[in-house]
Each structure stands twice: as structure tokens, then as C-alpha cells.
Design a protein around this ligand. Structure first.
Ligand code: SF4
Length: 118
């Protein structure tokens, strides 16, 4: 019969290996997302896409409208489709839909002037 301490030692080694793998994966995820943030120019593409699509904010902008827009800005800042968005903007295709954009409906409502904030 094997001594219990050997079994425990083996389980501890497995646990340490598992924790090491998890910590390494977490560090890799932080590194990759950090690189993406650092490499980003900080440009707010939402404004550019709105201009391309002929959409503008209502004037005057009430509090509810400002809240909607702030939400759209936050979505834009965290958007994973920035490379696709840059490609779309570079190609200069204002007539084409930007369906890949998480703010596409918002922009379209603004373009059509149909967004009632109150
Ligand atoms: S595709 Fe993304 S980056 Fe481009 S305008 Fe829309 S939310 Fe912003």
C-alpha cells in the first residue's frame, strides 16, 4: 500500500500545475488586450462613421439623448470591430451599410432623424 503523503504530493503538484496554467492564460489575456488598447490610436470612430452616414445628433441634445450617445461612445471605445471599421472608413463606402457596427441601429436612427429621446 502506498503512503498517503505520496498521493497528496502528486495531487498538490497537479494543483500547482493547473494554477500555473490558469495564471499564465490570464496573463496572456491581459497582455493581448493591453496591446490592443496601447496600439489603438484613441480615435473615436463613431463620429467618423456618423459623418460618413450623414447622421448627426439632435440639436438641442436633451439629457436622455446625451445618455444614449454616451452609451454609444462607450460601446465604440470597447468595440472589437475597429480594424473592420477602419477598413470600411478607408474604403470610403458611405452608401453601404455598416452592419458590423454595434451602433449601426443608433446611427441609422440618427440619420433618419427618427430617434426620439424624450
Ligand atoms: S464599428 Fe465599432 S469602432 Fe466603428 S463606429 Fe461602430 S462601434 Fe465604433
Amino acid at each position: 500500500m502506498r503512503p498517503r503523503w505520496r498521493y497528496r504530493g502528486c495531487m498538490n503538484a497537479l494543483l500547482i500545475a493547473l494554477i500555473t496554467v490558469l495564471v499564465s492564460l490570464a496573463a496572456l489575456a491581459v497582455f493581448v488586450s493591453g496591446r490592443r488598447v496601447v496600439r489603438d490610436t484613441g480615435r473615436l470612430r463613431l463620429t467618423e462613421v456618423m459623418q460618413y452616414r450623414g447622421a448627426s445628433l439632435p440639436d438641442p441634445l436633451d439629457e436622455a439623448g446625451a445618455r444614449y450617445h454616451a452609451h454609444a461612445v462607450r460601446i465604440c471605445i470597447a468595440c472589437p470591430n475597429k480594424p473592420l471599421c477602419d477598413e470600411w472608413l478607408r474604403a470610403g463606402r458611405p452608401a453601404n451599410s455598416c452592419a458590423f457596427c454595434p451602433n449601426a441601429h443608433y446611427i441609422e436612427h440618427l440619420r433618419l432623424g427618427g430617434l426620439a429621446f424624450t
